[in-house]
Design a protein around this ligand. Structure first.
Ligand code: FE2
Length: 278
């Protein structure tokens, strides 16, 4: 692969592969982080109290924000380099984006919900390039054990992928809640902690979910899932790309000219050949 600044080290790539997540420092500036945090607070001024996976929380999120302060991060070469190195591919493109704000809910009960957003086969994860999406999560506040850390089961994506390799019909390609997953020897959930400005590269094919914010300050982040360009992807991912195509079209003119390769058009059309996937 062509080296570019910001790529994960071999040890970090192994961590991403084995655990499904790795958190690294970023070169984002104080100005960029402050502006992006202000944009999320503007876009998401009030939390919704609701129940996720049976757990009451106060949070809100919005897909496909086109605000300049957030697009500055979405198109940053650092995220591109992270995703390229995690996926083992020369070129990635933006799949989607979401801004998330978790509000203090000090009267709430501690808890979290668990789910996966995607599922693969082990052969997808072990292919080079990997036939998968990876998400870059830019943390815009510190994430402490009390401040709504994303809960995560390290390695669960591999157990699920191995199960799907043996029995593709057992787990769907899209979102499944924990209760719908087969009983496999999953690791215990751990909180994904981070300092403001760090970035987690993760797969949402690992069991994960939001937790209650028991702190006195909000927790802010943006999710930027990216996909490998020119790589066969599952029907589910391709349908998701189609669903997000209005965002891609709106985002394209907002990118700096030299960053417009982060939006592909047309969409990847290579279908997964079951005979190749195995
Ligand atoms: Fe999720």
């Amino acid at each position: 692969m062509i080296w570019r600044e910001g790529m994960l080290t071999p040890e970090q790539i192994e961590r991403f592969s084995a655990d499904g997540a790795v958190t690294v420092d970023s070169p984002f500036t104080e100005t960029e982080l402050t502006a992006a945090a202000a944009a999320i607070r503007r876009v998401l001024p009030e939390g919704n109290t609701g129940t996720w996976g049976g757990v009451e929380m106060r949070r809100d999120s919005r897909d496909c924000c086109l605000d300049e302060e957030l697009t500055t991060l979405v198109q940053h070469p650092f995220l591109e380099a992270l995703a390229c190195s995690a996926l083992g591919v020369e070129r990635v493109a933006v799949h989607a984006m979401a801004a998330a704000r978790s509000f203090p809910f000090p009267g709430g009960r501690p808890g979290f919900w668990e789910h996966i957003d995607l599922a693969y086969r082990l052969s997808d994860l072990e292919a080079r390039p990997r036939r998968m999406v990876c998400s870059c999560v830019v943390w815009l506040t510190d994430v402490t054990p009390e401040r709504a850390p994303l809960m995560f089961r390290p390695g669960s994506h591999r157990l699920i992928a191995a199960h799907r390799e043996r029995d593709p019909a057992a787990i769907g390609e899209g979102q499944s809640w924990m209760s719908a997953l087969p009983s496999l020897p999953f690791a215990a959930p751990v909180p994904m902690l981070a300092r403001r400005g760090q970035v987690s590269v993760l797969t949402t094919a690992a069991i994960h979910g939001a937790s209650v914010n028991l702190d006195t300050q909000d927790r802010l982040c943006i999710f930027v899932p990216m996909f490998p360009v020119g790589v066969p992807l599952s029907a589910h991912i391709r349908s998701e790309l189609e669903r997000y195509s209005p965002y891609h079209r709106a985002l394209l003119p907002l990118l700096r000219p030299e960053r417009r390769h982060l939006v592909t058009a047309p969409l990847p059309e290579v279908a997964v050949n079951p005979a190749v996937v195995g």
